[in-house]
Design a protein around this ligand. Structure first.
Ligand code: ADP
Ligand code: ASP
Ligand code: MG
Length: 402
């Protein structure tokens, strides 16, 4: 007998038929003699709809009330799934995040899981119940409901698997696994049999939303092997694990991120201290800076450009403008029509020419590169947003289809 954690995303529980489909997968697992803990997300577009409803009432609502609102989506799905499983004749109980023991930080809308105390889950499993847990939510030390940030249910599932030393953590979604690119965008994208934590973490962070990056980070930390698979098609999925003997692919995938903005500060004095002054201001407001490009000084002036998450663009613009005079900047340019396209692969460490091949694909497609950033296992470029899908297709073709 094993303890299996199964997570189902929004599309997998979008309507009654899908809920019964999930109930079938869960009860099959239970019938094989396993203890089963299930984590579910809100149905279909429920989270987006709730956010829109809140904005209609008060776009400046406090984050506490936003969390109270959006966490309701998961409450609906756990109850519906439990009702479906009841109807099939199995013992089942649904639990909200706090009932399942999720203790989080008090950073509303982006809370971090501090610990999971799964006493109640254990008690229910001992009674031979199937346990259904609401993903994406927890409780702060002030006894307020928190949420973990978009896509957070993946992290809820991994956190339970870690806290309970589960034998298996399966992430069921609406595609058959992790592909070399978003299969909805690139029709020749190939399903990967396996991928390392590090590569998956990069892909997830760089825009492949199939797994939330924090879930991968946590899986790596606690050595939880993940299986990403489809709830709709019965087929082997993708295993996410430590590399070990795994074949090192040169490139494991291409990712696209359009949720970013570029800020350029033009004509600042070419003197020490500028980078420190501006980036410490941004850090103090928790604005994460990603790619940074600084020009060589010319006539005593230099330019500096950097990227930030798009939803922080307004905050960053305000902050930079406030300090424009103090830092002696001539002009500040914000561009939200940009996209970051990245290739990820553990094999590129030991192979020269990977970046060149990516640049060639962009040249062939006549796509201009604005910025470049590299690390041991990734190359990212910043381009015009309108070219994003063409760029992903061209790069994928160059690496995987030629
Ligand atoms: P869920 O609701 O199950 O959490 P998500 O919508 O969060 O599902 O994530 C699944 C989606 O991720 C897929 O429908 C797919 O379009 C997208 N995706 C992006 N990049 C990839 C990739 N490299 N491999 C697989 N899916 C990807
Ligand atoms: N329902 C939440 C969201 O849409 C959490 C999740 O799906 O993982 O972001
Ligand atoms: Mg998701």
């Amino acid at each position: 007998m094993s303890l299996i954690v199964q997570k189902f995303g929004g599309t997998s529980v979008a309507n009654a038929e899908r809920i019964f489909n999930v109930a079938g997968i869960v009860t099959d697992t239970y019938n094989k003699g396993n203890d089963v803990v299930v984590v579910v997300s809100a149905q279909g577009d429920t989270t987006d709809d709730l956010i829109a409803k809140g904005n209609e009432i008060n776009p400046n609502a406090s984050k506490r009330e936003r969390d109270m609102l959006v966490s309701a989506g998961e409450q609906i799905s756990i109850a519906l799934l439990a009702m479906a499983i009841e109807k099939l004749g199995y013992p089942v109980v649904s639990l909200l995040g706090w009932q399942a023991g999720f203790q989080t930080s008090s950073a509303h809308t982006t809370a971090r899981i501090k610990r999971v105390i799964p006493n109640r889950i254990r008690k229910e499993l001992d009674k031979k119940c199937i346990v259904i847990v609401a993903g994406f939510q927890g409780l702060s030390r002030y006894d307020d409901i928190t949420t973990l940030g978009r896509g957070g249910s993946d992290t809820s599932a991994v956190a339970i698997a870690a806290a309970m030393h589960a034998d298996l953590c399966q992430i069921y979604t609406d595609v058959e696994g992790v592909y070399t690119a978003d299969p909805r965008l690139v029709k020749n994208a190939k399903k990967l049999k396996a991928i390392s934590y590090d590569e998956m973490l990069e892909l997830a962070t760089l825009g492949a939303q199939v797994l939330n990056n924090r879930s991968v980070e946590m899986a790596k930390k606690y050595n939880i092997e993940l299986e990403v698979l489809s709830s709709l098609v019965k087929a082997p999925g993708t295993i996410v694990k430590e590399t070990g003997k795994m074949e090192k692919m040169l490139i494991s995938g291409v990712a696209k991120d359009t949720d970013i903005a570029r800020i350029s500060i033009v004509g600042v004095p070419d003197q020490p201290g500028f980078a420190f002054k501006i980036f410490s201001k941004l850090a103090s407001k928790n604005i994460n800076v990603d790619i940074i490009l600084q020009s060589i000084g010319h006539n005593g002036k230099k330019d500096i450009s950097f990227t930030i998450p798009k939803d922080r663009a307004e905050d960053a613009e305000k902050l930079v403008n406030e300090y424009a005079d103090a830092i002696g900047a001539k002009e500040i340019i914000i561009n939200t029509e940009v996209a970051k396209i990245s290739i990820v692969g553990a094999g590129m460490e030991s192979h020269a020419g990977v970046a060149t091949k990516m640049f060639e694909a962009l040249y062939d497609a006549q796509i201009n590169i604005q910025m470049i950033a590299t690390s041991e296992i990734k190359v990212s470029v910043l381009i015009d947003k309108k070219d994003a899908e063409r760029a992903v297709t061209a790069i994928h073709e160059k690496f995987f289809e030629q």
